[in-house]
Design a protein around this ligand. Structure first.
Ligand code: GUN
Length: 291
């Protein structure tokens, strides 16, 4: 069993990105600048956004955090987005999800200038990705592709089962892995909450991407020997024995699945850190494209 070490791989990536930034600065070019909008005080979202800001510092980007209260109106949020759309110093920005219930998420994502949409969530970028045109790839699927590539995991002709059909992970992952590309050329099945014969499917799978958001859902009896496991889940579970009061669990029951796996991502330290590194990569790309 080989651990797909997202912590190490993302650190390598950030070193590479920092070198590119240093070069840009030496050439007198613009320093990449990422902005993030956070609405409300959701604990996990605050953690993620802070990690993104910290990563910017590490690679030498400028960053701006726009922290808005929970009760922010949709109109105010749309105005904040328009300000970032028209601010020439901002190369890319994200609106951290989920948003409070009174705000229409689709409307918000549509308001982002596709050229600055480093999350790759705008319909223009989703469409361009689907048609294999240059676009921003959503950070989590992009990070998974990068991890598979760097560990030389063979995907061509393999049976992939993606569990989950979210717009952020499952759906784009399934599209990307079926395309002609490195870490692609796979035969992909998308499973979801209405799938009837899930265990039959996962037992056939060479690669399983678990992105359904149910902690420790995928168990050892559901996978074949030699499988590659990508665990996208990260859920806080109450644990009074921990100082923080919680522990982090993936969508995969690691103890029973790991012994049967050829490759597996740990949680934490697998997909999560890759997502942040790819957001940095997309921001660098946005800055270079603009130049
Ligand atoms: N919430 C969970 N994942 C993501 C992500 O990749 N981007 C944003 N903006 N919000 C998220």
């Amino acid at each position: 069993m080989i651990l797909l070490d997202g912590k190490k791989t993302s650190a390598d990536l950030k070193v590479e990105i920092a070198a590119s930034v240093k070069q840009l600065k030496e050439q007198g070019k613009k320093t990449p600048h990422l902005a993030a909008i956070l609405v409300g005080t959701d604990g996990a979202s605050m953690t993620y956004v802070n990690a993104k800001v910290k990563a910017c510092e590490l690679v030498g980007f400028n960053s701006t955090l726009i922290d808005l209260p929970e009760e922010t109106s949709e109109e105010t949020l749309l105005q904040a987005i328009e300000n970032l759309n028209t601010n020439n110093d901002i190369d890319g920005f994200i609106v951290q999800l989920p948003l409070p219930k009174h705000i229409d998420e689709q409307k918000v994502l549509m308001a982002i200038n596709p050229d600055k949409d480093v999350d790759g969530f705008h319909p223009t970028n989703v469409g361009r990705m689907t048609l294999e045109l240059p676009s921003f790839l959503p950070a989590t699927p992009f990070g998974i592709l990068e991890l598979l590539e760097r560990y030389n995991v063979e995907t061509s002709g393999k049976q992939v089962v993606v569990i989950g059909r979210s717009h952020i992970v499952g759906r784009p992952m399934s599209i990307l892995m079926s395309q002609k590309r490195k870490a692609g050329d796979a035969t992909v099945t998308v499973a979801h909450s209405r799938t009837k014969n899930l265990k039959e499917l996962t037992l056939q799978a060479d690669i399983i991407v678990a992105a359904l958001g149910i902690p420790e859902f995928l168990t050892g009896d559901m996978v074949k020997d030699g499988v590659t496991i990508i665990d996208v889940g990260i859920t806080r579970i109450d644990d009074s024995s921990k100082k923080s009061g919680y522990r982090l669990a993936g969508d995969v029951h690691f103890e029973s699945v790991a012994p049967k796996s050829a490759y597996i991502t740990p949680v934490p330290g697998g997909v999560g850190p890759m997502t942040i590194a790819m957001l940095m990569k997309n921001t660098l790309l946005a800055c270079e494209r603009k130049a």
